[in-house]
Design a protein. Structure first.
Length: 270
């Protein structure tokens, strides 16, 4: 499959997935987003860009901090996510947020436009992370700050799915791989030109019920490839059955642990 054709299908898959999440906000999604703002001390009057803003969790919190003299621009390509964000913004009566429906990987702004650029848990969905970081570097003013978050290689049951598929000769690439360690996050920002880089680590994992943990729909996100899209329904049934068996083997009294080691990464354009 040609790269452009796969990318179009991949982007549509991501959009459909997030459009379907009509009740996205909960304690988990909120608590994994807001630590970025604890690392970046926002000041009143600043201009903020929130890439892949989703339901606006980060954008709204930032808007409340920077006040009426500041501005937040939130970009996302999921109309469903943005509809939820707009509803919250209207309820709060915020006037300093602008939402743009666009692909955060390809949208453009003028150079030296923003004091802070944020991207919460979405950077791994981008096809070319170094290129995105390079654009964000240009969008930032001198002295501006970037902040993004991402998960470790071992998070979100990815290693278990990879293990199961590997036994059947299906080789999967972990979507978290490019940013899956603190060292990789630092390297990406260093190569882009950022300085004063910090990586804070936080374990956001939790126990799920066995029933919840068994729920793998056979999906796999990766911006460049998805071998699972080519297999038969019979093969998929085998994979799901083996996955469920391994999940059951992991179960203890508290349930099944869902690993979610998260990195909160910041750097400065000097």
């Amino acid at each position: 499959m040609q790269n452009s054709q796969y990318e179009q299908q991949y982007k549509k898959k991501v959009i459909d997935f997030f459009n379907s999440r009509t009740t996205y906000d909960n304690d988990y999604t909120i608590h994994r987003a807001l630590p970025l703002l604890e690392l970046i001390k926002l000041q009143k009057g600043k201009k903020i860009l929130d890439m892949a803003t989703g339901t606006g969790i980060i954008a709204i919190a930032a808007a409340q901090i920077i006040g009426s003299e500041g501005k937040v621009i939130g970009v996302d390509f999921s109309s469903g996510m943005l509809a939820q964000a707009r509803h919250k913004i209207d309820e709060l009566g915020l006037q300093n947020i602008e939402l743009i429906e666009a692909d955060a990987e390809y949208v453009n702004f003028n150079e030296n436009s923003f004091d802070v650029i944020l991207c919460s848990t979405a950077i791994v969905y981008f096809k070319d992370i170094p290129a995105a970081l390079g654009k964000w570097y240009r969008f930032l003013k001198n002295g501006g700050v970037i902040g993004f978050s991402c998960c470790s290689n071992e998070s979100c049951e990815a290693p278990l799915i990879i293990e199961v598929c590997d036994k059947h000769g299906i080789l999967l690439t972990n979507i978290n791989e490019p940013t899956g360690t603190p060292e990789k996050c630092r390297h990406l920002l260093t190569e882009t030109g950022f300085q004063n880089i910090e990586v804070k680590t936080q374990q956001l994992g939790f126990y799920r019920t066995l029933e919840q943990a068994r729920e793998w729909n056979g999906g796999w996100f990766h911006p460049r490839e998805n071998p699972l899209s080519q297999i038969s329904s019979e093969q998929m049934a085998e994979l799901k059955a083996e996955y469920c068996k391994k999940i059951e083997d992991k179960a203890i009294e508290q349930g099944v642990w869902y690993e979610n080691l998260t990195f909160f990464v910041t750097g400065r354009k000097v």
